[in-house]
Design a protein around this ligand. Sequence first.
Ligand code: UDP
Ligand code: MG
Length: 312
Amino acid sequence: MNTYISIIIPAYYEQDNIEPIYRKITEHLVPYLDRYTYEIIFIDDGSKDQTWSRIAQIADQDARVRGIKFSRNFGHQMALTAGYDVACGDAIISMDADLQDPPELLIPMICAWQQGAHMVYARRAQRKDGFLKKITAGWYYYLLSKVSDVHIPRHVGDFRLIDRKVLTTLAQCREKARYLRGMVAWTGFTSTYIEFERPNRHAGVTGYTWKKMIKLAGDGLTSFSTFPLRLIGYCGVLILGITSVMSGYFLYRCMVYGDQVVFMNSLGLIILGVLGAQSVALWILGLYVGRIYQESQKRPLYIVEKVCNEKQ
Ligand code: UDP
Ligand code: MG
């Protein structure tokens, strides 16, 4: 029997990319139909342009193409989750709709999986992003690798192949703050990499606003590390030490030299500093409390409005 491959593609305002990515994937997989059967699952993450009609049109002509449309924008990680939830493959490949994840890599990834790796990551050899994104991403991944309780591979996005075994484990994790690349790494199965140069977007503009990126970064940190909470304790001890020494010194000056103005000003500064640090501590605490609150609401992760070529 042929090996079954699922390809899941989240799409948000990607009307001009649906047909090109479908064509390119087909071009690369059809020559191997004697070995692999495949399905392509597009997940429209609440786009208001022609994304869904393009998906439905292709699904109409090709039974291998399936579509899911969300009722609104739930975010890339939820769209991937919906794809994983319905994928039938022995191996599941997730990729972006904008052709930044080259379909040329599909067969090499499948071969690497067949050689024994349960997860195959496509690692970006070089980032072509803007200066600010490159710098912030560099710092973030460095920080995450230092504080995370699991090893999360660097320079790796959501272009990866996972084995059905990995998916079965992943399917049990229904947390709302989802950082899938971390969750996949957390399963601990054997992994390998394929390097690639990430091209520019084929058409359209990025759907990943700074707000969405900051949320994803926060989810990554809070999902895989309690270090920020411990940091509050460390900073508290440090601030306490510094302020004790400083207030002792100013008190001494006030008593010996009668330097009351310096004493009052310094006391004011110390109080302000401590208040600032406390606000930061509360903010960090709030991130974790917010996560508990979110998890306690038993809402579904996403809402499906329409499907096409549904598998029974
Ligand atoms: N995407 C999505 N929901 C969103 C934002 C993005 O499903 O809210 C999809 C998007 O259509 C693309 C993938 O996620 O297929 C990656 O997004 P994008 O290309 O905008 O990110 P970038 O490559 O700029 O990091
Ligand atoms: Mg992109």
